[in-house]
Design a binder for this molecule. Structure first.
Ligand code: AMP
Length: 220
């Protein structure tokens, strides 16, 4: 099963992708996490990506697509993937299809999680994450048991550089899924919309229901 999560920053794609991947036994592929790792390791890829990330802009397709193509060839991606934060452009969507097709596979469903700008600004501003294990928290909707400390591993929580107010506005302006990309999946009958303003459990349930419907339709 190849599941794509689409939506502007702050809709909970990362949180949901992790839950769904675990539940369905799929690999979780987040291009944002891959870029952050590359930046932390000081690789050439990280150097290229950092300037764009700091400005809240998309990393160019040439760089992003190459990285993604290599990732989907890895052994753990063969049993299926939840894509989180990829694709973000029509060109990326087409490149993903081509990459999967080369392996005799195809994307099954694109889940579009949406929310209003006001809600997204509020969420991104209160987001904290654990640099050690990747767990995501929110001051209001998902606070850690002890402020600033990860429930899972005891790591010290930090805020992403690009979750600061000025960059958040840039990200929302430049990173809403383009209509052409949504249409690309809609015309293939693969797009499902989910209201991201509901609580986390409800969103997870609706995403899993949409995935089950697709899986059932594919079997019949
Ligand atoms: P995210 O964690 O998904 O919000 O991604 C963090 C940052 O990484 C984004 O603001 C972009 O600068 C970059 N990025 C992540 N995924 C992509 C992508 N598919 N295409 C271009 N840039 C990306």
């Amino acid at each position: 099963m190849y599941v794509i999560l689409l939506g502007p920053p702050g809709t909970g794609k990362g949180t949901q992708a992790k839950l769904i991947a675990e539940r369905l036994g799929l690999a979780h592929v987040s291009t944002g996490d891959m870029f952050r790792e590359a930046v932390a390791q000081g690789t050439e890829l990280g150097r290229q990506a950092k300037a764009y990330m700091d400005r809240g802009e998309l990393v160019p397709d040439e760089v992003t697509i190459g990285m993604l193509e290599e990732r989907v060839r890895q052994p753990d991606a063969q049993r299926g993937v939840v894509f989180d934060g990829y694709p973000r452009t029509l060109q990326q969507a087409k490149a993903l299809d081509a990459a999967l097709q080369r392996q005799g596979k195809s994307a099954d469903i694109a889940l579009h999680i949406n929310a209003s700008d006001d809600e997204l600004v509020r969420r991104l501003g209160g987001r904290w994450l654990c640099p050690s294990c990747g767990e995501i928290y929110h001051e209001q909707s998902r606070p850690p048991r002890q402020a600033g400390v990860c429930d899972n591993c005891g790591g010290k929580l930090s805020q992403r550089e690009d979750d600061k107010a000025e960059v958040v506005r840039q990200r929302l302006q430049k990173q809403r899924p383009p209509a052409g990309m949504l249409d690309y999946y809609r015309t293939q009958g693969k797009l499902a919309d989910v209201d991201g303003q509901q609580d986390i459990d409800t969103v997870t349930r609706e995403l899993l229901e949409a995935i089950s419907r697709t899986a059932a339709a594919a079997k019949s």
